[in-house]
Design a protein around this ligand. Structure first.
Ligand code: COA
Length: 240
């Protein structure tokens, strides 16, 4: 099946992004705008700006920067006339991606940002992320061989609820499938029930929950090797 056919089937429609929105590969100079999207969706899908005033790029350095640097071919930037308003990012082989992050990206983060000390319960959100710089969690849900890739997607509020997230996910899953990935996983924080509804609607299936409450994370997966992608509208309607 060619990429266009897959995108059409996975989304149940031809994914042509409606004006004024445009979806394009990343360019030099996108980092600040993409980091801003990460910040503005960084509080369990809501605006994280009030929590990261001391270091607004704290989240973007982990969840955006390495993907633009190492997996640019799989990244797509959403923009409109006001600027960057979303992205979808992916890693083809998660373990290989994390190995490169560990060797090439994380040392610089640790050099620039000291590990927080004192009582972890008193840490700010910024300190919590700086702790992650020093103590990363490279968890990948099993069976890894079936879900080796992973994805991130975030849209600013003005771009949400228009079908763009579905189209963007179809685009990146199509790219992963074209490259031969058998499946993709993602992690979503438990409080972000809206995003969980979105992923389930697109046919992502729960794989494992790690932790509970505000600290918990649900991992979902999407197979890409089947003859009929599970996220066609018909199939996804049965999941929701
Ligand atoms: C979550 C997010 C990516 C979804 O993108 P979106 O463009 O708003 O979603 P779409 O409009 O493309 O919705 C696609 C489908 O999911 C459904 N959907 C969306 N949110 C849903 C929800 N909370 N519950 C159930 N279904 C939902 C839509 O009804 C639509 O179904 P349809 O195409 O069959 O009619 C986007 O809202 C977002 O970036 N939110 C803030 C950041 C965030 O939470 N990111 C995820 C972090 S893990």
């Amino acid at each position: 099946m060619d990429l266009h056919s897959f995108r059409t089937r996975i989304g149940g429609m031809t994914p042509s992004i409606p004006p004024p929105f445009r979806l394009r590969p990343p360019q030099a100079g996108d980092t600040a705008g993409a980091y801003a999207v990460c910040l503005k969706t960084g509080n369990f899908g809501q605006d994280g700006e009030p929590f990261y005033r001391d270091d607004p790029d704290a989240l973007g350095r982990v969840f955006v920067g390495p993907y633009l640097a190492y997996e640019a071919d799989l990244a797509r930037i959403l923009e409109d006339d006001r600027g960057i308003c979303g992205y979808v990012l992916a890693a083809m082989d998660s373990r290989a991606f994390y190995a490169r992050y560990e060797a090439e990206w994380r040392p610089e983060l640790c050099r620039q940002f000291p590990a927080p000390s004192g009582d972890p319960k008193a840490w700010s959100r910024v300190q919590q992320i700086h702790h992650v710089y020093h103590h990363p969690d490279y968890f990948c849900p099993e069976p890894y061989d079936l879900y080796p890739s992973h994805v991130h997607i975030d849209l600013l509020p003005r771009a949400q609820g228009r079908g763009l997230g579905r189209m963007m996910m179809a685009e990146v899953l199509g790219l992963l499938r074209q490259r031969g990935s058998l499946g993709a996983h993602l992690g979503v924080s438990l409080p972000n029930v809206s995003a969980q509804g979105f992923y389930r609607r697109l046919g992502f299936q729960p794989l494992i929950q790690v932790g509970e409450g505000m600290e918990g994370c649900l991992y979902l997966g999407h197979r890409l090797d089947g003859p009929t992608p599970a996220s066609s509208r018909t199939a996804s309607s049965q999941v929701t």
